[in-house]
Design a protein around this ligand. Sequence first.
Ligand code: ZN
Length: 272
Amino acid sequence: MAEYILYEVADRIATITLNRANRANAQTQKMLEELNQAWEAAAADDEVRVILLRAEGKHFSAGHDTSGSEETRTPELAKVSAGIPETGLLELYKWEAKYFFGFSRRWRDIPKPSIAAVQGACIAGGLLLAWPCDIIIAADNARFSDPVVLMGIGGVEYHGHTWELGPRKAKEMLFTAQPIGAVEAERRGMVNKVVPLADLDKEARDMALQIAKMHPHALAMAKRAVNHTMDIIGQYAALQSVFDIHQLGHASAYAQAGQMILVDHKAIKAAG
Ligand code: ZN
C-alpha cells in the first residue's frame, strides 16, 4: 500500500496521483520509490494504454523535500551523508543518479504515452516529474521554476531547461530563479495546452481517452521515433553531462559549507 501515491486503472488509463498535498507534494525517497513502482506497474499492464500523472492539492510539486524531517531520512541517505568523509561525494552521485536522473529518464522512455496535468507550483524536482511526460497540460495558475541556483548549483539533476525552453529562456529561468507561467511555457513549447484550473482534470483525461483509442504499438513507435530523434540530436548525452556538472555544484557547496546544498530557505521560498 503506497503512502504518497494513488494508483488507479480505468478506461485503459493508468492514473498516478501525487498524494502528499499537505507538503505541496514535496518528494521524499519513499514517494519517488512509490512513484516509480506506479510507472512500472502501468508499463507492465497490457490493459494500460496511457499514463496520466496528476497531483492532489494546490500544487503539483514543491520539489525535493529538503526539510530534513523524519519522513525524509532513509538508511540510504544516511549512508550518503556518512560516506562523504571516506568516499567524497560518490555515494551522493550514485543516489541521485538512481532517484533523480535515473527515474526521470526511465519514465521518459516507458513505451506508452504519458500526460502530466500540472497546477500551481512546479518547482525544481517537480520538473523532474513533469518533463519526462510526453504531454504537459497546465492549469492557468501553473508556474514552473528552478531556484537551485540559489543553492549554489546550476540547476536540477535532470537538466531539461535548454531542451524545453531554448537556451536564452533557459538561462533566464536559471539566472533569475523566477517562475515561468503556464502561458509563457506553452508559447515556448514546454507545455502543450493551458486550461482553466477547474477544467484541468477533465482536459487531461479527455486527451488520455483520445490517445487510448490508438493502436498501442503505433503509439510506442511514435514515441520511440521522437525520443530517438532527440537523443540523436544529443539530448541524452547532454543530460548525462549536465548531471555531472550538477554534482560539481554539490561538491562546491560541500567544500564551502560542509553541506550538499547551500540551503537558504528564505531566498528559495521567495523565488518559488
Ligand atoms: Zn542534487
